[in-house]
Design a protein around this ligand. Structure first.
Ligand code: GAL
Ligand code: ZN
Length: 675
């Protein structure tokens, strides 16, 4: 446990600076926090103009008063650095701190999350304010963790960033010649003859060089993470013992979150599922489960749920209220997946500006006798009773490979299906198969180790980097089970196609086949997968979007295509490799295929579901393993369901035995312990 407060954290973003002229409200906040069983709030996010109202004039007394008062009332502070938004004086005096957009114009002062991560001036201003905060509060007994900035993300195309990009490329390639080779710049006569000719990819300039696009994306992550590292080093210089986090959004596009692994002490994220969009919550529940699993897998450790909405947001297309019970369901889901906190945006609704209608624990009415407040309070009360589970975390035996850089490269390539390759959707479909089975999974990237797993599913591993081909081969040799799919091993880490057959980099041997062609299908077109010898329960499964035509060397076909000119060619194969087995699925399959195949692979790998039960569709089970191990059983349906348990369990909270038929109310969460 990295935090000094050995309990589940319950609280949220708190902006007292908006209410400094209302001491009555600030006093009332403390009372309401205690009533809601809030034990921590995040303070200082976006408070820079109050902390440094004039250049070089730091005013921290008001913050000290707040932190002291919170602590005196048993409430800890998650202390933010204010770098997510700048005071206007700074943006007006030093325009270089502002971001330049893709059309190469400079943003105007205002809004947030729009600063240049390279600007030495911005970094220096951040260093000064962070140092002031760290010296003043870094050893405060009530301060729990640093919250660096807020949702770092986006891109800046200013000259400083472009120059930094060229410097980064020099480090990476050493010589212009090496860069020209890696980027295949002889194509369309795009050879660089001087470093200064390299520009970021923008719509009005170079966009056709995939190596450039990929490296620019890598650089953007590098620079963003470097900015976080700069802030971390700054606060750690004054207060080395206070742990550090930075809150991620739910985005699989701009920043590769795995690169934060060694920068933060604890990973945190902000979760805003579209609860209420569908007739039931299984789809949204599964999407959110995936996101939690990605976040936990970054460090393979417990994480913080830094923000979530206690009620509707105000930025989704429609601001649906949470059905009664959903708030508890969402909060417990995070805990099930390894969260050590349930925190909200926001504690109190602001009175003006763009988030004045965003859900909050306390709304403009100001009292605690509201539905939302009472549901929040119920979560706080429940968390207080879960202390014994705090040191636990899911410890999956299965992992799914999802790699940001692979996604960038695949989506950029004009290839077999410009209508959409659906990499993320495909990865999520594999994850869904595990979720439905009640088998926990990590979601790892190519830089992660494979130790501790028995089954690794690696869908569409188009770009191979970080030695992943070797890792998969060794994993399989040692007895692991691998499932690979179509569009794997096509390009190397610089986005150059492998010569001599795909999957490249030795993956052809692992899977025992060579993929010769790939057919892109229009929406609505399909093929069929026909299992041989009853290998899978159904007689046929639908295949869509992408179908690969493979020639087996050592692999043995387990299913064949049922249509088109490649009818009878292998669609699913198995290859014995060392002590393990490598499966290859040659086409995009419907969910039922992934479900059936995953169940079969888990059995072969000896991976048992987290709960010994028949899980109805829409009910999930996730085990948190620690000094006490418990399974979170969650109903995502608006109706009662009965789960048949095959082993005796007891309710962790009541201590009572549960029978073999356990009925869950709509959206109910039960926490079970093995007897
Ligand atoms: C988050 C952000 C918060 C708040 C919230 C609203 O992305 O970090 O500051 O804007 O969204 O849902
Ligand atoms: Zn910039």
């Amino acid at each position: 446990m990295v935090l000094k407060f050995p309990h589940f954290i319950h609280g949220g973003d708190y902006n007292p600076e908006q209410w400094l002229d209302r001491p009555d409200i600030l006093a009332r906040d403390i009372e309401l926090m205690k009533e809601a069983h809030v034990n921590s709030v995040s303070v200082g996010i976006f408070a820079w103009s109050h902390l440094e109202p004039e250049e070089g004039v730091f005013q921290l007394d008001w913050l000290e008063e707040i932190i002291d008062r919170l602590y005196a009332n048993g409430i800890y502070t998650v202390l933010a650095t204010p770098s997510g938004a700048r005071p206007l004086w700074m943006a007006h005096r030093y325009p270089e701190v502002l971001r330049m957009s893709r059309n190469l114009t400079r943003n105007r002062p205002g809004v947030r999350h729009n600063h240049c991560y390279t600007s030495p001036l911005y970094r220096e201003k951040v260093r000064l304010i962070d140092t002031a905060l760290a010296e003043r509060f870094g050893h405060h007994p009530g301060v729990l963790v640093w919250h660096l900035s807020n949702e770092l993300g986006g891109q800046c195309f200013c000259p400083l960033c472009q120059e930094a990009f060229r410097g980064w490329l020099k480090d990476r390639y050493g010589s212009l010649d090496a860069l020209n080779k890696a980027w295949w710049t002889d194509f369309w006569s795009h050879r660089y003859s001087d470093w200064s000719e390299i520009e970021a990819p923008v719509p009005s300039g170079e966009t056709s060089c995939h190596g450039l696009n990929l490296d620019w994306n890598r650089f953007v992550t590098h620079q963003t993470v470097d900015f976080a590292r700069w802030e971390r080093d700054t606060v750690k210089a004054a207060a080395p013992d206070l742990p550090v986090t930075t809150n991620h959004g739910e985005s699989y596009e701009s920043i590769n979150y795995f690169k934060y692994k060694d920068v933060v002490d604890i990973v945190s994220w902000d979760s805003y599922p579209l609860w209420g969009r569908d007739p039931d919550e299984r789809e949204i529940g599964q999407n959110t489960a995936f996101a939690h699993d990605v976040i936990r897998s970054i460090k393979r450790q417990p994480f913080m749920l830094m923000e979530s909405a206690p009620s509707a947001t105000n930025w989704q297309e429609v601001s649906r209220l949470r059905q009664p019970g959903i708030h508890m369901l969402a909060s417990m889901q995070a805990v099930a997946h390894g969260a050590c906190s349930v925190q909200y945006f926001q504690w109190r609704k602001s009175r003006g500006a763009s988030e004045k209608f965003h859900g909050a624990v306390v709304d403009h009415y100001g009292g605690s006798d509201t539905r939302v407040f009472q549901e929040v309070k119920a979560v706080g009360e429940r968390l207080e009773k879960l202390d014994a589970l705090l040191d636990g975390c899911p410890r999956p035996k299965a992992a799914i490979l999802y790699d940001w850089e692979n996604g960038w490269a695949m989506n950029d390539a004009a290839g077999p299906r410009n209508l959409g390759m659906h990499y993320l959707e495909t990865v999520m479909a594999h994850h869904k198969a595990f979720w439905k089975l009640g088998v926990s999974t990590d979601v790892i990237d190519m830089e992660c180790g494979l130790d501790g797993y028995r089954l690794v599913v690696a869908p569409m591993a188009y770009l191979l980097r970080a030695g992943i081909a070797d890792k998969l081969r060794r994993f399989c040799e040692d007895g692991g089970i691998v499932l690979g799919t179509y569009w794997t091993g096509i390009v190397d880490e610089t986005d150059l196609c492998f010569l001599g057959g795909t999957p490249g980099d030795g993956l052809g041997q692992l899977f025992g086949l060579r993929s010769e062609e790939i057919d892109g299908l229009y929406d609505g077109q399909y093929n069929l997968l026909r299992p041989l010898d009853g290998f899978l329960p159904r007689e046929e499964y639908r295949l869509t979007e992408l179908c690969e035509l493979c020639k087996c060397s050592t692999a043995q076909p387990l299913a064949l295509y049922g249509r088109d000119f490649y009818e009878g060619m292998p669609a699913l194969t198995r290859n014995a490799f060392g002590k393990g087995t490598a499966y290859y699925l040659a086409a995009r399959g419907e969910q039922a295929l992934l479900d059936d195949l995953t169940a079969l692979l888990c059995r072969e790998a000896g991976i048992e579901p987290d709960l010994d039960a028949d899980l109805p569709d829409g009910v999930s089970a996730i085990r948190r393993e620690g000094s006490v191990t418990a399974v979170f059983l969650q109903n995502y349906l608006p109706e009662e369901v009965t789960v048949s348990l095959r082993r005796p369990y007891r309710d962790f909270e009541s201590g009572e035995e549960v029978g073999s038929q356990l009925t869950l109310k709509p959206f109910e969460v039960r926490i079970l312990e093995e007897r």
